[in-house]
Design a protein around this ligand. Sequence first.
Ligand SMILES: [Zn+2]
Length: 348
Amino acid sequence: MALPTVDSDFLLSFLSALLNTPSPTGLAEPAITFTEQALMAFPELTLNRNRKGALVARWLGESSDAPRALTAHADTLGAMVKQIKADGRLMMTKIGSYAWNTVEGEGCKVLTSHGQPLRGSILFEMPSHHVHGTKVNETRREDANMEVRLDALTISQEETDALGVRVGDFIAFDPRVEITSGFVRSRHLDDKAGVACLVAAVKALHDAGLKPAQTTFFHISNYEEVGHGAAAGIPADVTELLSVDMAAVGEGQASDEFHATLCVKDSGGPYHHGLSEKLRQLADEHSLPYKVDIYPYYHSDGEAFWRAGGDVAVALIGPGVDASHNYERTHLDALLATTRWVCAYLLS
Ligand SMILES: [Zn+2]
């Protein structure tokens, strides 16, 4: 059976808009809502939220004797206001795992709980070559020496407080989305690229008048970056869970930005061999460009469901993303390969 055509313009425009929707873990609601609204275009889907805030879409399949689920996450790395400093700048605490130098110099939005959103920049507290000399280069970046410089008139704790900033307010990093010659450069392709592949796969089947072979749940996770996203929200009668999340590209890795990858092992150990083999066979059958890889420092929502007691086969596929948890990049080839792989799985 030939795979349905994937609308690559739709894929890229949905992805670009999703990337531009701030959604640090803990405040991923805007990205969940954006995805929900996109899925409302497909009346075959029944849309629900679980109490934790994840989106769960059900599509009745040709059969319902072995239901399946796919998950991708809409939450991203970010930060939270830890303390308002005496000079009015903000100390931060990280949300998710990353190094401070990967966001140093980045623009950000402080989503204030008691005022309007504020613009600012993530800076090292001794940022100026002309003032701090060699300290700029020689100091290790830590929670205690990184700060937000607000684009607002404040030089005191009281003035920042008056702007509506409070301890616990979320900070979203500018994604800086740019699409050039098929390359998609942005923060948070992890895992908004995966969400876009799922939505584009649903659209491809819908446009072709097809439906999944089995009743299928699409779980759009909102707590993956802190390790427990898909611990809840996957129905208990599901037999297989396919996690769609970025592939780790770099030295020693088989993955690249032009292929989808099947991850057979990460920090959580090996994935389900039978389901992984089935995905390999599907990729071979449809001549999809794919790699098989192992990720050294990586956890997935598939693992989260396993650790929460999920009794299912779990596998992981996704597009290759360069410089992950940094200023990331992938290519349309990898996005299309992943989307077509998801289509093949849904129809199998
Ligand atoms: Zn991810």
